[in-house]
Design a protein. Structure first.
Lengths: 499, 178
């Protein structure tokens, strides 16, 4: 049987029922009330009558909605495009180039089975939202008869190039690239700085300890060892920090013990985990960008964590994950050369212009100033008679807050840098940890330059790139780059003209 | 700058896109559409503001010029969203579909220039809300694996042209699968 797809086609009329049910589901809040009222309420004639009228109105509305949806929805395949039109109020027409389509799946829900139709889902690489199922598809046709669905699949497959999955390089077998030894994992845990994550653990532990030692016993113990409140507070703080540090080490062992990275032809394979062994395989061709993260505790030791952004489609959506938990910063380039040569760029980075330093320092310090200054000045100026120590401690605190935040701004400025090399863009920024992102030019989904009026006055701009990843993309921004350099970089990263 | 790629110099000779704005504009009636949108929004703002003012004057013992403050703010917001912003926004909004890229410039105060390689475009939508239909306008949005970009308020037939052009170029420019 031949089916003509070159003209707009309607879906199977079962769509009306499916859409009506979907409509009902989304109005279920409104429907719940009369239903509940009819079950639990009093059943006098007028109330029942009103409820019946309401239900009839709702049912009629759903039916009308289903019909209108069906009327508004159509699709066709023309000129290498799959075109999908829908929407009653908000009309939309979506065109998907056929050779971008990665999968055409059919699904049969309960309602579809009843009408002997199938739902057809069309997906493109990394496309759609991050969700699963119907919402993640780029186009979902709720009801087509089996024969039409098969014909549509054939039509779309005919125009689509075969997916080039590299199966030929199987022979070589996996080669070991790098493995975390016991000492590496210990060091990774000790420098992870994940104190925040450990806090709930400590809280749980403290609950447990409460049962073992009564508060009084502890107080007696602490009091006999450390006289004075200040010492006690310092002791407890120190204990909490030590415990959370130990918890972070244990957590790292749990997740990364025996972390091993293999290269298996065109795939990377990672195995890791202390008790629960985990294994993942990622095609190298799916990696979109690599980030080298130097944590606050790791940077002085010359250590870094390497993460990657990868894109997928359909069942294995994109992920952002650890490529290697800990390695010397200097070894990163050689490591990437072995793992994914495309990302092995280690250029000398260009710094930001000196005139943006002021903006970095100011941006970090003004919120603290605005926040803390009134708390410091008002009690003193308004003569609220604060305690004696307040008049010297509070201004000192304010000065410290401003000084530290300014220092942080300066550190951000110092870390910021960028370069274009080997067809890659490299962007380094600091948000506590110093992070270097490396993305090949051909992986960039977009490049932007943005300017606030203040930046315009100083010929500065914010440079931003996007790559594909889970949850609709990952991006890197470099604030206060020289505007001309930013525009030039955007230009330099332009794709090659179509052959 | 030209240290790494051979295309750098030639590209720089072509044009400095940083300084030459994309040349296409949105339809002029976009301004009216945005004004109407702004009017509807400020209607809601006013409702909220009057509720706040009413609560303030009834339950708190405040002088009238303080309890009336929300209304003043709402009025200011309305003047900006209805009177000023649409014109500024329209003047700034530009787009251009080149052979390999789409070039977008938008923003009234915070101006953003974005270039999207056509090879990365997955699919193209045209959308039309009820208000847009009234004005004969439509929005084109094109999706990459990292998110959607929009060109709003185009004449209907123009939106169809733009969508078709982006779609056709995206097909040609696709250099390799993801």
């Amino acid at each position: 049987m031949t089916v003509e797809f070159s003209r707009p086609r309607r879906l199977h009329p079962a769509t009306m029922v499916i859409e009506a049910l979907r409509g009902l589901r989304s109005w279920s809040g409104a429907i719940a009330f009369p239903v509940l009222a009819s079950v639990f309420g009093d059943r006098s004639g007028s109330v029942v009558g009103l409820l019946v009228v309401m239900l009839v109105v709702i049912a009629a509305g759903a039916a009308a909605w289903g019909y209108a949806s069906w009327r508004a929805t159509s699709y066709d395949v023309r000129g290498g495009m799959f075109v999908f039109r829908r929407g009653i109020v908000q009309k939309s027409e979506r065109s998907i180039p056929i050779d971008h389509i990665q999968s055409v799946d059919t699904v049969q829900g309960v309602v579809q089975r009843l009408f002997r139709v199938v739902e057809v889902r069309i997906e493109t690489a990394g496309g759609g939202s991050s969700g699963r199922g119907r919402d993640s598809a780029d186009a979902a046709l709720p009801a087509l008869s089996r024969s039409v669905a098969t014909a549509l699949q054939a039509e779309l497959a005919a125009a689509r190039p075969e997916p080039v999955e590299a199966e030929q390089a199987e022979a070589a077998g996996p080669t070991l690239i790098r493995r975390m030894g016991f000492g590496d994992v210990l060091l990774a845990g000790a420098t992870s700085g994940q104190i925040g994550i450990a806090l709930p653990l400590i809280y749980g532990a403290s609950q447990y300890f409460d049962n073992l030692f009564s508060e009084e016993r502890i107080r007696g113990l602490v009091g006999s060892v450390l006289p004075g409140t200040f010492a006690a507070v310092a002791f407890i703080l120190g204990a909490v920090l030590l415990l959370s540090w130990l918890a972070a080490i244990i957590g790292t062992f749990w997740a990364y013990y025996g972390f091993t990275l293999y290269r298996d032809g065109e795939n990377l394979r990672i195995t890791r985990g202390l008790i629960e062994r985990r294994e993942v395989t990622i095609p190298i061709s799916r990696i979109q960008a690599v980030r080298t993260v130097e944590g606050v505790l790791r940077q002085p030791l010359g250590l870094a964590l390497v993460r990657m952004e990868s894109a997928g489609y359909g069942k294995d959506a994109g992920v952002s994950m650890t490529l290697f938990p800990l390695l010397p910063r200097k070894a990163a380039a050689a490591f990437l050369e072995a793992v994914a040569p495309e990302f092995a760029a280690a250029p000398e980075l260009r710094p930001l212009p000196p005139r943006s330093l002021r903006r970095y320092v100011f941006r970090e310090s003004w919120p603290w100033t605005v926040l803390i200054a009134p708390a410091v000045l008002v009690p003193i100026l308004a003569d609220l008679q604060p305690p004696d120590w307040y008049s010297w401690a509070a201004p000192l605190g304010l000065a410290a807050a401003i000084g530290l935040s300014a220092l942080y701004g300066w550190a951000q400025y110092r870390s910021a840098g960028w370069a274009c090399e080997r067809d890659c863009i490299v962007v380094r920024t600091r948000r506590l940890a110093r992070t270097t992102l490396i993305a090949p030019r051909r992986r960039l989904q977009s490049r932007s330059v943005a300017q606030t009026p203040f930046q315009r006055r100083r010929r500065l701009a914010t440079f931003r790139i996007e790559v594909a990843s889970s949850g609709g993309g990952a991006s890197a921004s470099l604030v206060d780059m020289d505007a001309e350099e930013a525009f030039a970089a955007v230009q330099q990263l332009a794709p090659n003209p179509a052959a | 700058m030209q240290d790494s790629t051979s295309t750098g110099e030639q590209a720089a000779a072509d044009a400095e896109p940083g300084w030459i704005e994309p040349h296409e504009r949105l339809d002029r009636s976009a301004i009216t559409l945005w004004r109407v949108n702004g009017l509807i929004e400020s209607g809601f703002t006013f409702l909220a503001a009057s509720a706040a003012a009413a609560v303030a004057s009834l339950f708190a013992d405040l002088p009238w010029y303080i309890s009336g403050l929300p209304l003043v703010v709402a009025l200011l917001v309305a003047v900006i969203t209805v009177g000023v912003a649409p014109t500024v926004r329209w003047r700034r909004w530009r787009y251009e579909i080149r052979d390999t890229e789409v070039d977008l410039q938008r923003g009234a105060i915070y101006i953003t220039r974005t270039l999207v390689p056509l090879a990365r475009v997955q699919h193209v939508d045209t959308q039309q809300g009820p208000l847009e239909r009234r004005f004969g306008l439509a929005t084109v949005s094109f999706h990459t694996a990292a998110g959607a970009h929009r060109i709003p308020a185009l004449r209907e037939e123009r939106s169809r042209e733009v969508a078709a052009r982006i779609g056709a170029l995206a097909k040609v420019a696709r250099d390799e699968p993801l």
